[in-house]
Ligand binder design. Structure first.
Ligand SMILES: [Zn+2]
Ligand SMILES: [Zn+2]
Length: 88
């Protein structure tokens, strides 16, 4: 019985390590994207589709895409994602 418990513990170590590595690699893409034109959270940094201009919810100014919630300046000031509005 004790042996089985030990085996389970030993078997679970690679899985725990794998989970740890996955979590670690997840943190690498946890960086915010800021190139001086757009300010994105890690979730939105992948999909940037410039299209028609939009309106900023904060200052009613122009955004570089109608998909954006905020203009670049407001996103930086509020420290939120320009695309989805999530707080940093
Ligand atoms: Zn604005
Ligand atoms: Zn976002």
């Amino acid at each position: 019985m004790k042996k089985t418990v030990h085996q389970i513990i030993w078997l679970s170590i690679p899985f725990a390590l794998l989970l740890f590595i996955v979590c670690q690699s997840g943190e690498h893409t946890d960086e915010w994207f800021d190139n001086g034109l757009v300010y994105f959270c890690p979730n939105c940094r992948g999909d940037f589709y410039p299209d028609a201009v939009g309106e900023c919810e904060n200052c009613n100014g122009m955004t570089s895409s109608c998909a954006f919630k905020y203009c670049y300046d407001c996103a930086k000031e509020l420290n939120v994602c320009q695309y989805c509005g999530v707080e940093r």
